[in-house]
Design a binder for this molecule. Sequence first.
Ligand SMILES: NC(=O)c1ccc[n+]([C@@H]2O[C@H](COP(=O)([O-])OP(=O)(O)OC[C@H]3O[C@@H](n4cnc5c(N)ncnc54)[C@H](O)[C@@H]3O)[C@@H](O)[C@H]2O)c1
Length: 357
Amino acid sequence: MQNFYQGKKILITGHTGFKGSWLAKILLNWGADVVGISLPPSTTPNLFEALNLPKEITKNYYFDIRSIDKVKQVVELEKPEIVFHLAAQAIVRDGYDDPFGTHTTNILGTINIMQAITEINSVKAVVIITTDKVYENKEWLYPYREVDALGGYDPYSASKAAADIVTNSYIKSFFNPNTFGERHNTLVAIARAGNVIGGGDWAKDRLVPDMVKAIFEKREDVVIRNPRAIRPWQHVLEPLRGYLMLGQKLYQGEKEISGAWNFGPNEDGFVHVEHLVKTGIEILGQGRYQIAEEVSLKHEANLLKLDINKAGNLLNWRPKWKLEEGLTATFEWYRLFYANDNLINNFTNKQIREYFE
Ligand SMILES: NC(=O)c1ccc[n+]([C@@H]2O[C@H](COP(=O)([O-])OP(=O)(O)OC[C@H]3O[C@@H](n4cnc5c(N)ncnc54)[C@H](O)[C@@H]3O)[C@@H](O)[C@H]2O)c1
């Protein structure tokens, strides 16, 4: 994969965010030419700056993805060969505070990217990042498969489900794998991953960032809202490897890769929130937690499992790390960052190397 990406022109939207920064770092380490469209980083600290990405990225475009004209201009000017679309309002609870912003960013942002790619003929491979929350959640024990019905209770989940449907429509109507090579030269995949953990996330209302802020910055107890909620936890490098595999195979014209893919953990990664917090505190060797007394009125799913057999069978993608390993990598990252942030760039590169080797 490393050889494949060397020298390729890549557009990442959402490259200033948590997953986008990791993805940009991997691709830059592999010698790709990376341009990005995002808003400036929204937290202090943030991974984008911690990894020196403002300087390392070939070209940073900071604007609102809802501007079709600007999106088209960048695609036209940069002529990327592969696009990873991650830009989104990505926080479930923020969706309740700003449903309009969440829906427009996530749906219109995806329409704009797909429309620009349809009009400007340079892109060979497109990976649209949605989420495991696109599925109509029945709160049952069975894992969701790619063919299951989409839904979405809260604005974030519904907007990502809508973005998923929009992408599927562009695939069927304009980038149909059956007419690849005759009517068009672009293949598109949709990636649905579960909750990711990893160093460098400081978003609000996410469990691991809330934990490290409480322990290292505020020096107070971690407060957890939904101790029994089960999520598919995985280290950020796991789904990113899946996205990169999709990008390569689409670029190489593998038509059967077009469509939706789940990326989630093995069974050991489905644990409840309290378990994750306890394990994190053990790894850090410091911190305490308490369970919030007030009941949140913002509905969040309690049980969400993903079926990853399609990725296992057809892509040969399987999680590399057990949950323990992902948690260790995550909390070691934060421990070093808070001890000496000058060392974090090299440490991140080391984690990337170790994971991919
Ligand atoms: N973090 C997770 O656990 C998780 C799980 C499943 C799916 N996802 C998806 O992965 C993607 C990346 O998530 P993340 O955790 O890195 O989120 P993040 O909040 O850290 O980053 C979001 C990125 O999108 C950009 N963005 C937001 N609104 C924008 C706008 N209006 N115009 C231009 N750029 C805008 C931000 O600038 C940032 O670069 C998202 O699509 C998210 O829905 C995340």
